[in-house]
Design a protein around this ligand. Structure first.
Ligand code: ADP
Ligand code: MG
Ligand code: MG
Ligand code: MG
Length: 399
């Protein structure tokens, strides 16, 4: 029998008192539900001074933004907590700390990051965090290297792959990234003015072949324990600090998927900034975004290679030069996955505020068109874009 029940604010306070690991649990007195996501309840728990001290997050048995007609596994809370615990082991400086989780209640208690801001909002309003891109590169290198076959014993790796089987959440990604935008589907969500561009996606055989290859990699390449949803809305930033949250899509997949999701969201911001700030005012922010992408990739690749040199346990994989060969494949995958993120966020169910909140209708359409065209180009050209500088040159070609 499952003990699952949906928490009230009162339940959340009691739970935080019991499992928050605070020295003064009785000072916790009030909870406020702040979840702005599509899926879950998030409670901030306040003390008698009105200071938010700890977070309680609970999965609901359905998709919150759709309703009870779209049921969704509660096991995602276990997967989120376990992914974050695993990532924290390898990269505590850039992963939210999980204090406690309960699989039956689908609940976790975690570190309060109210001193931080969600990166997406900061990127949209033009607040620049100069270290964020390299810190994200560091997070990706540490978490992905240490959960890959470069580092784990083959028995341990296989046991971990089994522990992180996440079929229902993977299916959402499989549908939303790789199917919906390339077919007529009721979940798709785009303005009627874009019908010609969206119809062109459905009719592009070269594009659909490349998308099939990306989906096939997502299905079958258990390279490392991915965050699975590392967009700028799953990242908290503060001065000199960056923390990943919200890992309920965690599973063993292709390393390029996490890297590509991160790059894709920086590119979505690049596409949206002219609509947010005005064309001239957006220029420097856009340059920063491209510099961020180069910085993110360079940090990731250098750190991964360094870790591979110092810590690879498998004799064959430790052969000099192999790690850099592997990273070439990761790069090509990342460009392709970034392209699918641009398209699915413009045409599919779930949009990003970087473009969605643009007030001027014509400007918004133009930003959406830009994201779709850039996404298409990246998916098809991925195997021919050999470096981060080459990527920047290609992006500039598309406006
Ligand atoms: P979902 O899975 O529903 O998207 P998230 O984990 O992204 O939920 O959390 C939704 C929102 O709740 C975040 O955007 C943030 O505003 C708030 N939140 C989540 N985790 C924390 C945290 N550890 N500290 C402070 N606020 C948080
Ligand atoms: Mg979220
Ligand atoms: Mg389906
Ligand atoms: Mg989530």
């Amino acid at each position: 029998m499952s003990h699952y029940r949906t928490f009230t604010a009162y339940d959340a306070v009691a739970y935080a008192q019991q499992f928050g690991g605070l020295a003064d649990p009785a000072s916790l007195v009030e909870a406020q539900e702040v979840g702005d996501g599509n899926l879950n309840l998030v409670f901030k728990i306040f003390d008698t001074q009105g200071v938010s001290r700890i977070i309680v997050k609970q999965a609901l048995p359905y998709v919150r933004c759709v309703g009870e007609s779209w049921p969704l596994t509660l096991d995602r809370a276990r997967l989120e907590a376990q992914t974050l615990v695993e990532h924290y082991k390898h990269c505590p400086q850039h992963t939210v700390k999980i204090h406690h989780y309960d699989a039956e209640l689908a609940v976790m208690v975690m570190e309060d990051l109210s001193s931080h801001r969600i990166w997406r909002g900061e990127l949209i309003s033009g607040v620049y965090y100069p270290q964020a891109a390299s810190q994200l590169g560091e997070y990706l290198a540490q978490t992905l290297f240490h959960t890959s076959d470069f580092y784990l014993h083959p028995h341990e790796k296989k046991a971990q792959v089994a522990r992180f089987i996440n079929p229902e959440m993977c299916e959402i990604t499989e549908d939303l990234f790789f199917n919906d935008p390339y077919q007529i589907h009721e979940r798709n969500n785009y303005p009627a003015e874009l019908e010609p561009e969206v119809a062109a996606l459905r009719d592009d055989a070269q594009l659909k072949t490349a998308v099939a290859a990306l989906k096939h990699r997502f299905f079958s390449h258990a390279e490392a324990l991915l965050h699975g949803d590392i967009h700028s809305g799953s990242i908290f930033v503060a001065d000199g600090s960056l923390k990943a949250i919200d890992a309920e899509f965690g599973y063993f997949g292709p390393v390029g998927f996490d890297v590509g999701t991160a790059i894709g969201n920086l590119l979505l911001n690049y596409c949206g900034l002219p609509g947010q700030l005005g064309i001239r005012e957006a220029a420097s922010g856009r340059d920063q975004r491209l510099a961020d992408i180069v910085e993110l990739w360079n940090t990731f690749a250098e750190r991964f290679q360094w870790l591979a040199r110092e810590k690879t346990r498998d004799a064959a994989l430790a052969f000099p030069g192999y790690a850099s060969e592997f990273l070439k494949k990761v790069w090509a995958d990342a460009i392709g996955f970034a392209g699918t993120e641009l398209i699915r966020r413009s045409v599919g169910l779930s949009h990003v505020a970087d473009i969605d909140t643009i007030q001027d209708k014509e400007m918004k359409l133009s930003c959406l068109r830009h994201a779709i065209e850039l996404g298409k180009a990246l998916i098809v050209l991925a195997p021919r874009i050999d470096s981060a500088d080459e990527l920047v040159a290609r992006v500039r070609q598309y406006g």
